[in-house]
Write a protein that binds this ligand. Structure first.
Ligand code: SF4
Length: 223
């Protein structure tokens, strides 16, 4: 009997088989059912421990298509993934070395991650610094946290916004456009994403449209 089959049989009979820290198994449930299952559980103990050990990253292989590289949060076990991907031919825990990002974390990306931390009430400075540090240094961590932020905050609200830090009108912390009058603040908040009619694309912005063209009909937002 395979480990997944034993776990399925245990579930069907109201028996729970769980991994105990330290690498052993706990078997709980009705005595009669446990008695029936224990011989198979003992015989397949290494396979069951392996099946119940969670991993953060998996390669899921299918018979006819390329494998899926899956990042699981929280980490998932082999048996949990087999329930999600019953047609998988093979599951392979996969722990690649961390990769550095291609570019520094932009002001907008940093602001998005900070806004997400605010939205979940995370105010521990050490944890906030650690999350932002991981976003600065590990590509997968950046993708992961930006993905979470996008889901939580709504991608539509963020994807087209720009921060003053990305705007060519911000010079030495002062908004040059504010000198021309209107509602703009002379010293705007640098990292706050916004849609501003005074926006002028900075050197790193591949979209060269200015604010009025980019967000037609917009009234300037106050900084
Ligand atoms: S307030 Fe508008 S114009 Fe001024 S720096 Fe920010 S984005 Fe640029």
């Amino acid at each position: 009997m395979t480990a997944p089959a034993i776990l399925a049989a245990a579930r069907a009979q109201g028996v729970s088989v769980t991994l105990v820290p330290g690498g052993t198994l706990a078997v709980r449930g009705p005595a009669e059912a446990r008695g029936r299952l224990l011989p198979a559980i003992r015989e397949s103990k290494p396979a069951l421990i392996e099946a119940l050990t969670p991993h953060r990253r998996w390669l899921v292989h299918f018979p006819d298509v390329a494998p899926i590289d899956l990042v699981c949060c929280p980490p998932a076990t082999r048996s949990e993934l087999l329930e999600q991907y019953p047609s998988a031919a093979r599951l392979e825990p996969y722990d690649p070395p961390p990769r550095a990002p291609n570019a520094p974390l932009s002001d907008a990306e940093g602001a998005k991650v900070r806004a997400w931390l605010d939205s979940i009430g995370e105010d521990d400075p050490e944890i906030r610094d650690e999350v932002l540090d991981r976003c600065e240094t590990v590509r997968e961590a950046r993708d992961y946290f930006l993905g979470l932020a996008g889901e939580a905050l709504g991608a539509d609200n963020w994807d087209d916004q720009r921060t003053c830090g990305e705007c060519a009108n911000l010079i030495a912390g002062q908004c040059r456009a504010a000198r021309w009058g209107g509602p703009l603040s002379q010293r705007p908040i640098r990292d706050l994403p916004r849609r501003c009619e005074g926006y002028a694309p900075g050197a790193d912005d591949s979209d060269r449209r200015h604010g009025r063209e980019r967000w037609p009909g917009l009234s300037s937002e106050r900084g």
